[in-house]
Design a binder for this molecule. Structure first.
Ligand SMILES: Nc1nc2c(c(=O)[nH]1)N[C@H]1C(S)=C(S)[C@@H](COP(=O)(O)OP(=O)(O)OC[C@H]3O[C@@H](n4cnc5c(N)ncnc54)[C@H](O)[C@@H]3O)O[C@H]1N2
Ligand code: MOO
Length: 635
């Protein structure tokens, strides 16, 4: 066999890019289904949604007594009241279902006396006190994990809590490793002069496993062309990636590059690195094939440079791991003295600084661990962090993923989840990290340069126009591009069958109708106030006007669990929970993007996705959306 007597000298990046260009389209990730209990570290191959809500029943959040809140109205320290045990008060422990007919829980510590007459209370209790409503943590149908997410222990917990027993994950790329050389011996052999122990195979196999692949080490094969050929072709039948150790340079027994040429294509032999120069890059039967130099350090380095990206490629990922970084805190963090507190945060890179946005959810909420990108540690003797302070963040996701993530702060809309998944599906890990704080707070975070864009739907009551006047008022002098994401239908969300027959806004002012509101500064709240004013109604006429939730889904959950009779929100939230709804009107939901970010590749990808037919079809499937101006810029 003729030997190759020259090596090329290209930059390694060029070699890798060449190989990706030739092969990436033919080498796409495959999926398989696995039990959630054995899914640790696997990469999700689709979006994964909740099969059921959690809690799936109204649950007591404390040890105490389940009661009816109305039995306690009028109680005071001067006029304590006995509630009869078994009738008006039923003992419950944390996590127990709240018995039928009861709507609140009093903690044991708040019971003044326990006696034959029952329990003695000295303060009234509000409805839903210490009760975790259905779906407080997870709502049926909501996205639990995006595509291309590496499953962690906390994710397994959330999946099982949400009734998901099996997940579709990326099949582990199968990597065949072929040690070659007449002098190579298995590790347990006793060595003669000239013998070398096969250490490289194990190093490579372990690296492959670390990167999420499944490695198989072939028997050591001597430097004989027929035997090498035989082994390589066998590997090509069952493996996704082929690695041939040694024989890569120009010695008398170096056959690797010829084998690749004979049975496939040799893209490149030799790159300008040291060590690792004689690496061979090619394909055999469409499988990425590497001739890896035999010196152990060369093996290790070339595996990192060339093999690692391919093991990731076959899982749909790009690479990298880092565990902490310094980030600017986007809002003040309060913490009590005396215990070390872990605050879960969303992390993103805006401009050239990292920003950490604290998530404001309680400790029973498993999804806050799933959604978090990292944790801030507030030391025992510190009362928290100031807004704008730079602090270390312990990362729960790879930094490469965070680098590609766009930070969206503002109003909540279900299409943001769909948008994020579509972006991830286009390759790479970067999606959207969205913090739901309402439209106005979103605009303010653009002012503080803490977000790449804000989702807003703010009606100007004076002009009937959306969004523009607010940007002029709150971001004077800043160049902001305003692009439509969707038009969406705002509805009165009511229980299935609309038992109270609520049809108009006036119906909400009837006595005893319990409304659930959105927080001040949210677009839905602005709309509600506007509609009330137009109908000549006052907020005092609305029972529950003061009860605020932060998302459309939380409003829908309040209605689904029976803790409210009606709320104002988007149609898709009602549909997600199988509730009924009454049309109120249509509103425009836009993305406000500072012009300085428009040229960022991530933003460009996002805009391309928004303007794509596939994305718009998925949005329409949610119900309650119109895409007639989706992707259109105003001005
Ligand atoms: N005349 C030239 N000689 C060499 C060149 C060159 O350009 N011109 N390149 C050198 C460079 S750089 C490297 S790197 C090596 C590459 O060697 P090969 O990939 O051809 O491999 P071998 O020559 O068979 O082995 C090199 C060395 O590594 C040991 N080895 C091999 N397999 C294993 C294994 N599985 N575990 C542990 N150690 C292994 C082998 O015994 C040799 O000691 O070529 C230079 N020569
Ligand atoms: O390229 Mo070699 O020894 O320098 O790996």
């Amino acid at each position: 066999m003729e030997r190759q007597i020259y090596l090329e000298n290209k930059a390694w990046q060029e070699g890798l890019a060449l190989m990706m260009e030739k092969l990436a389209e033919r080498c796409v990730p495959k999926n398989e289904v696995v039990d959630v209990r054995s899914s640790l570290h696997r990469i999700t191959g689709t979006i994964i949604r909740a099969h059921r809500s959690s809690p799936h029943f109204a649950a007591s959040a404390m040890d105490g007594y389940a009661i009816r809140a109305k039995d306690t109205f009028g109680i005071s320290e001067r006029e304590p009241r006995w509630l009869e045990l078994g009738v008006q008060a039923i003992q419950v422990d944390t996590g127990d279902p709240v018995p039928e007919g009861m709507d609140a829980v009093v903690m044991l510590e708040e019971v003044l006396e326990l006696g034959e007459r029952g329990i003695l209370l000295q303060a009234p209790v509000v409805p839903w006190n210490h009760v975790r409503p259905v779906g407080e943590d997870i709502v049926e149908g909501e996205v639990l994990l995006p595509i291309h997410h590496r499953i962690r222990p906390q994710d397994q917990g959330a999946l099982l809590a949400a009734g998901v027993l099996e997940v579709e994950v990326r099949r582990k790329p199968r990597v065949g490793i072929l040690p070659t050389g007449d002098e190579i011996r298995p590790p347990e052999a006793s060595l003669q002069v000239g013998d070398i122990v096969d250490s490289n195979s194990t190093v490579l196999a372990s690296l492959v496993e670390e990167w999420g692949g499944y490695a198989t080490i072939w028997p050591i094969t001597p430097d004989q062309p027929e035997r090498l050929e035989d082994a390589i072709l066998k590997m090509a039948e069952s493996q996704d990636i082929l690695v041939i150790i040694a024989g890569s340079s120009q010695g008398r027994d170096d056959y690797t590059s010829h084998m690749i040429e004979k049975h496939g294509t040799l893209y490149l032999h030799g790159v300008a690195i040291k060590p690792g120069k004689p690496v061979a890059l090619g394909e055999i039967h469409g499988k990425p094939t590497f001739g890896i130099p035999g010196y152990p350090v060369s093996t290790y380095l070339t595996a990192h440079l060339f093999l690692e990206p391919w093991v990731y490629q076959l899982q749909g990922l790009s690479k990298g791991v880092q565990t902490t970084l310094d980030a600017v805190v986007s809002k003040k963090v309060f913490s009590s003295l005396g215990s070390e507190e872990f605050v879960r945060v969303k992390v993103g890179k805006v401009g050239d600084r990292w920003v950490a946005a604290p998530l404001n959810r309680g400790a029973g909420v498993t999804m806050s661990l799933v959604r978090a990108d990292g944790m801030l540690r507030v030391p025992r003797l510190q009362e928290g962090f100031h807004e704008g302070e730079t602090v270390p963040v312990e990362l729960l996701r790879p930094v490469s993923e965070l680098e590609e993530t766009l930070v969206c702060i503002g109003s909540h809309d279900l299409t943001l989840d769909v948008l994020s998944s579509h972006m991830k599906a286009r390759g790479g890990q970067g999606g959207i990290a969205s913090a739901h704080v309402g439209s106005l707070a979103g605009i303010l975070s653009l002012r503080k340069r803490e977000a790449h864009f804000a989702g807003i739907h703010l009606l100007d009551p004076d002009t009937g126009e959306y969004n523009l006047s607010y940007l002029q008022r709150f971001l004077p002098g800043r160049e902001i591009a305003l692009m439509n994401l969707v038009y969406r239908t705002q509805v009165l969300i009511v229980p299935k069958g609309n038992p109270l027959d609520l049809k108009t806004l006036e119906d909400l002012a009837q006595p005893g109708i319990r409304f659930v509101n959105r927080q001040g500064g949210s677009g839905t709240r602005v709309l509600f106030d506007y509609l009330l004013q137009k109908q000549g109604l006052s907020k005092e006429q609305i029972l529950g006007y003061e009860r605020e939730e932060f998302t459309h889904l939380a409003v829908a959950v309040a209605v689904a669990s029976g803790s409210a009779d009606v709320g104002l929100g988007i149609q898709s939230a009602a549909e997600a929970l199988g509730l009924d709804y009454v049309l109120v009107g249509e509103e425009r939901y836009d993305l406000a993007i500072p012009r300085e970010y428009l040229e960022e590749p991530r933003i460009k990808t996002m805009i391309a996705v928004i303007q794509s037919k596939e994305f718009q079809e998925d949005v329409l499937a949610l119900g309650g959306y119109d895409v007639r101006e989706t992707g259109v810029f105003y001005g």
